[in-house]
Design a protein around this ligand. Structure first.
Ligand code: 5GP
Ligand code: ZN
Length: 113
């Protein structure tokens, strides 16, 4: 999608610290971490909300979830982590390209925008 920040990061038009990439997703560091260790797992297909995905498209999102435990070392998640998806304004969603927050280290907690 043209005017989407995360689509631009995926295309390499805006820089990000990418840790992992495959055909379905990219994982990069959050620019404004809400926990000691905060990455974003972003599906390459543009969807605003879970509600916009068909069941088949949802299988791609499941792939994203299932990839994360295989990357615990690369992402520094050996001691545990939280996965969060903000959906809509009342959840504090600020980038309307569906993504999974990967958070670890309990010190900073979570403060929605
Ligand atoms: P949301 O509020 O939509 O659930 O999460 C959006 C996340 O994207 C926020 O945690 C925010 O810090 C992060 N973010 C916003 N702009 C950028 C950016 O330009 N680069 C990176 N790496 N993260 C961003
Ligand atoms: Zn997008």
């Amino acid at each position: 999608m043209e005017d989407c920040l995360f689509c631009k990061i995926i295309k390499g038009e805006i820089p990000a610290t990418k840790v992992y990439e495959d055909d379905d997703m990219v994982i990069f560091k959050d620019i404004d971490p809400k926990a000691k260790n905060h990455h974003l797992c972003v599906p390459k297909s543009h969807f605003k909300l879970l509600a916009d995905m068909t069941e088949t498209q949802g299988e791609m999102l499941l792939k994203c979830f299932k990839k994360i435990p295989t990357l615990v070392k690369e992402l520094g998640l050996e001691n545990g982590y939280r996965l969060v998806i903000n959906q809509g304004d009342d959840a504090g969603q600020s980038v309307f390209h569906l993504h999974i927050h990967i958070l670890s280290g309990q010190k900073m907690g979570w403060t929605p925008a």
